[in-house]
Ligand binder design. Structure first.
Ligand code: NAD
Ligand code: UD1
Length: 342
């Protein structure tokens, strides 16, 4: 049977590596493209151990449209290229404030180059990694896909809005191009094998990598950013989704694009449940039987009070929903942290 290739830009990264594994399990052949700007070659070894073969890989900067086109065409000659999942981007909100041009250049530049390469190679299905950050603090939660897109708080958030817009426009101008804009809530956890997971380089700014490092005694106690928010316990509320549930949504979206005559559709990917920072700490302690050292500190600038997903559209259209609990995610995150410390 002809191979069914799926191009995975940023496939050596956190979400991309888990998605590559999930694609393989679903019978696709993932083709990973990464320049290791925020990942390491060892990730490919972890993927290989899980799937039992060395994944297809190209060390390439996906801003290079001509190289991407050559790669796409070489796989089209060997089988069918079902679509592209575009994870490659810089993602640190704080860093984006300091280096906006680099974020615009990489995140928007790579998406423009990718669309050009897809066009030149006749590949028609695109899945784009967007973020719930496009909603800012929504007026109504759970937030659905029709909520207004607010002025971005950071250059990073702006790149997600800009890419969504340019993908929509590209789909309008090219009837054979279809896309899913997947708006992730807060991905956490790791593959239960602990062979792949999130590799925070340097000081983690996201909650779970910091929490697991603090629990392991590698960092100062976790600072809970604010306990005076208008929420039940005063701490911020988010929607934490297991990275493997998120990965499964990409496979569902790809199948949906194959089966439907879609143009460009946005989907929220979350559990639909809001959890506060205090609830996450408690759940981590319960799941792992370990105490998390933490203190309360001031609010972090730019944080929204509460956001969680109305993921009904993804369930209805893609037939997808989360299967794993917060405790599952936190157990896997801790297993991964222990593996990192070995
Ligand atoms: P990550 O940094 O772990 O993975 C991104 C990968 O892309 C890295 O391996 C990096 O080396 C690669 N990359 C970056 N620029 C590249 C380029 N020009 N050419 C080739 N490779 C390049 O990030 P992640 O957490 O896996 O996020 C994946 C995507 O999901 C990103 O677009 C991110 O903005 C988006 N997203 C992530 C989160 C989250 O909480 N992790 C939330 C919402 C959206
Ligand atoms: C952040 C980004 C978001 C991005 C996502 C993935 C901001 C404002 N938002 O989401 O755009 O898509 O990361 O990269 O940066 N917290 C603590 N102590 C910590 C770390 C976090 O209390 O040391 C709290 C935060 O205040 C927040 C929650 O934990 O309430 C989750 O934070 P984080 O993991 O950084 O994700 P978001 O802020 O939701």
């Amino acid at each position: 049977m002809a191979k069914r290739f799926v191009i995975v830009t940023g496939g050596a990264g956190y979400i991309g590596s888990h998605t590559a594994v999930t694609l393989h399990e679903a019978g696709f052949t993932p083709v990973i493209i990464d320049n290791f700007s925020n990942s390491k070659p060892e990730v490919l070894e972890g993927i290989a151990k899980i799937i039992g073969e060395i994944p297809e890989f190209h060390e390439v900067d996906c801003r290079s449209q001509s190289v991407m086109t050559d790669i796409f065409q070489s796989y089209a000659a060997q089988g069918e290229v079902i679509g592209v999942i575009h994870f490659a981007a810089y993602k640190a909100v704080g860093e984006s404030v300091k280096k906006p041009l680099e974020y615009f250049e990489n995140n928007i530049g790579s998406t423009v180059a990718l669309l050009g390469a897809m066009n030149a190679s006749g590949i028609s299905n695109l899945i784009f990694s967007s973020s719930c950050t496009v909603y800012g603090q929504p007026r109504k939660i759970p937030v659905n896909e029709n909520a207004p897109i607010l002025t971005a708080e950071s250059p990073y958030g702006f790149t997600k809005q800009a890419c969504e817009r340019l993908i929509k426009d590209a789909c309008k101008s090219n009837a054979s191009l279809s896309a899913c804009l997947l708006r992730y809530f807060n991905p956490i956890g790791a593959h239960p094998s602990a062979l792949i997971g999130e590799l925070p380089l340097g000081h983690p700014s996201n909650l779970i990598p910091y929490l697991t490092q603090a629990a392991a005694g590698l960092r100062e106690p976790l600072t809970v950013f604010g306990n005076d928010y208008p929420t039940d316990d005063g701490t911020c509320v988010r929607d934490y989704i297991h990275v493997l549930d998120l990965a499964a949504a990409h496979v569902a979206a790809l199948q949906w694009l194959e089966e439907n005559d879609a143009s460009c559709e946005a989907f929220n990917l979350g559990t639909g449940q809001g959890k506060s920072v205090s609830e996450v700490i408690q759940a981590f302690e319960d799941a792992n039987g370990i105490v998390v050292p933490y203190i309360y500190g001031p609010r972090r600038s730019g944080d929204v009070t509460a956001i969680f997903a109305d993921a009904a559209k993804a369930q209805r259209e893609l037939g997808w929903k989360c299967e794993r609990s917060l405790e599952d995610s936190l157990r896997d995150a801790w297993r991964w942290q222990k593996k990192l410390a070995e």
